[in-house]
Design a protein around this ligand. Structure first.
Ligand code: NAD
Length: 481
């Protein structure tokens, strides 16, 4: 069977990319080649941006209650096609069908939240700010926005931005991850069917050339980036130097603090789900458990018990609870980090190096290390795979000090039955997505999403109220008649 080559969607039409280079797309559960993603050029980015720029002229004049009508239709189409979207996510990314369904559901909730634009776009007014002078502040769209997505949530992440951007009257160009481009192909087919005017939403497939062309393009007003911290920093610094608005969501090394008074079985089950759900390829995944005082033995026993229940395999199959990692290269990287953990002196409590799944998939089993320190690579760097580390500390303050020393601060949680400990945690913890007795502290569409320190570069975070600030300018009009 011929391998499908992805197309771009520009100005309301599907267009072949003239790229000479492509990236192979594999099903990570089998290694099977399922497609080719073209590495589109700077010129193709320009064509998309020109289409978006032209569409902006009319789109910004469409009343907001009319702009949200295709967004409502898109919501209906996403519901109708939720199952095929989830199957596509599983096929190209590897996560289980249940996980893919959950991520599609989260994406749909973004579309729902964006239909609130008529209320959220409202400004403020005050008469007589001086005698006979009135003042009003209104929100206006800014033009063309671009989004750059990571591989780990192929359906959801572009929906963190696209519906809000266009509901505000902007137009949009999206670059999916070249490792998982098929879900956005299906998404854009639905966008096409929903009836947005040509050029309002465009899709350009590719890699870093597309990213750098976005950064350099004078007609792009702002960029939303989600991916690893080094690339987030590159995008943030270089796009800001080109005077663009930027929100750059980066990598993570998430801590979970367990107090001795926590409900241990619930805690261990929840941490296990946090660390090994989506094979650990979540920016909110638990990476390190900080066991305070006497909690250590109980947490470890509970984790081992719950990890033993995990069934590794092809995520499209019934009964499988953990799929492969994204690529052979990433599998090798995760395995190398496990070896480094052993060499550094950490104790390998559950060994996932050979999960025994037949075939050519990119599997790593759930892995648990104890006796990890902040200086070890596994205790310090993002692994982005199914590897969980345990550290033992004396007090809550010691645990919080470790969180504060870590340069990344995406999501941290505490498990406790003490209100005082929870309050101290909430007050002191540096990560700006924080959970109390929650394993994956994921803000929903009507709250804002994003970490702190090296995990988030910018001022305005993704979705929620902050989306309306990122995607609009607040113009103040002062008048005297
Ligand atoms: P990545 O940084 O490798 O790639 C992200 C995007 O940047 C892709 O579209 C890719 O094409 C592009 N890119 C890659 N290298 C580039 C370069 N040198 N120059 C310009 N563009 C480049 O990230 P990934 O491996 O796709 O995703 C995993 C990472 O994303 C993890 O670090 C994870 O923590 C992070 N992530 C963060 C969040 C969050 O909300 N903070 C959410 C999801 C994923």
């Amino acid at each position: 069977m011929a391998v499908e080559r992805l197309q771009n969607f520009i100005g309301g039409s599907w267009i072949d990319s003239n790229a000479s280079e492509t990236v192979p797309v594999h099903n990570p559960a089998s290694g099977e080649l399922i497609g080719e993603c073209p590495l589109s050029s700077e010129a193709e980015v320009d064509t998309a941006v020109q289409a978006a720029k032209q569409a902006f002229v009319e789109w910004r004049r469409v009343p907001v209650q009319d702009r949200i009508q295709p967004i409502f239709r898109l919501k209906g189409l996403l519901e109708q096609h939720a199952e095929s979207l989830a199957a596509t996510v599983t096929r190209e990314h590897g996560k289980t069908l249940a996980e893919s369904r959950g991520s599609v559901r989260r994406g749909i909730q973004m579309v729902e939240a964006a239909t609130g634009a008529p209320a959220m776009m409202m400004g403020q007014a005050l008469e007589d700010i001086a005698r006979g002078i009135d003042c009003e502040s209104i929100r206006q769209p800014l033009g063309v926005f671009a989004c750059i997505a990571p591989f780990n949530f192929p359906a959801m992440v572009p929906l963190w931005f696209a519906p809000f951007a266009v509901a505000c009257g902007n137009t949009f160009v999206c670059k999916p991850s070249e490792q998982v481009p098929f879900t956005q192909k299906l998404m854009w087919e639905l966008i096409d069917e929903a009836g947005f005017p040509p050029g309002v939403l465009n899709l350009v497939n590719g890699g870093r050339e597309v990213v750098n062309a976005f950064i350099d393009h004078p007609d792009i007003a702002g960029i939303s980036f989600v991916g690893s911290s080094p690339v987030a920093e590159h995008v943030y610094k270089s796009a800001a130097a080109k005077l663009k608005r930027v929100q750059a969501l980066g990598g993570a090394k998430n801590f979970i603090i367990v107090m001795p008074d926590a409900e241990m079985d619930f805690t261990a089950a929840t941490i296990s789900e946090s660390a090994f759900g989506c094979a650990g390829e979540r920016c909110l995944a638990a990476a390190v458990v900080l066991c305070v005082g006497g909690s250590h033995e109980k947490v470890r026993a509970g984790l081992i018990k719950h990890m033993n229940k995990i069934v590794v395999g092809d995520g499209s199959k019934e009964g499988v609870t953990m799929g492969p990692v994204i690529s052979r290269e990433h599998q090798q990287r995760v395995l190398a980090m496990i070896e480094e953990g052993i060499a550094d002196g950490a104790r390998l409590v559950v060994d996932g190096r050979d999960p025994g799944v037949p075939g050519d998939g990119y599997f790593v089993g759930p892995t648990l290390f104890d006796g990890v320190s902040e200086e070890m690579t596994i205790g310090r760097d993002e692994i982005f795979g199914p590897v969980l580390s345990m550290m033992q500390v004396e007090t809550l303050d010691d645990a919080l000090d470790i969180c504060k020393r870590q340069p990344l601060a995406n999501a941290n949680s505490i498990f406790t039955t003490s209100g005082k400990a929870a309050r101290t945690f909430r007050y002191e913890v540096p990560a700006s997505m924080a959970g109390v007795n929650i394993g994956v502290a994921a803000p929903m569409s009507f709250f804002s999403f994003g970490g702190a320190k090296g995990s988030f570069l910018g001022d305005l975070k993704a979705h929620g109220r902050e989306a309306y600030d990122f995607f609009t300018d607040r113009k103040v009009l002062i008048s005297r008649w």
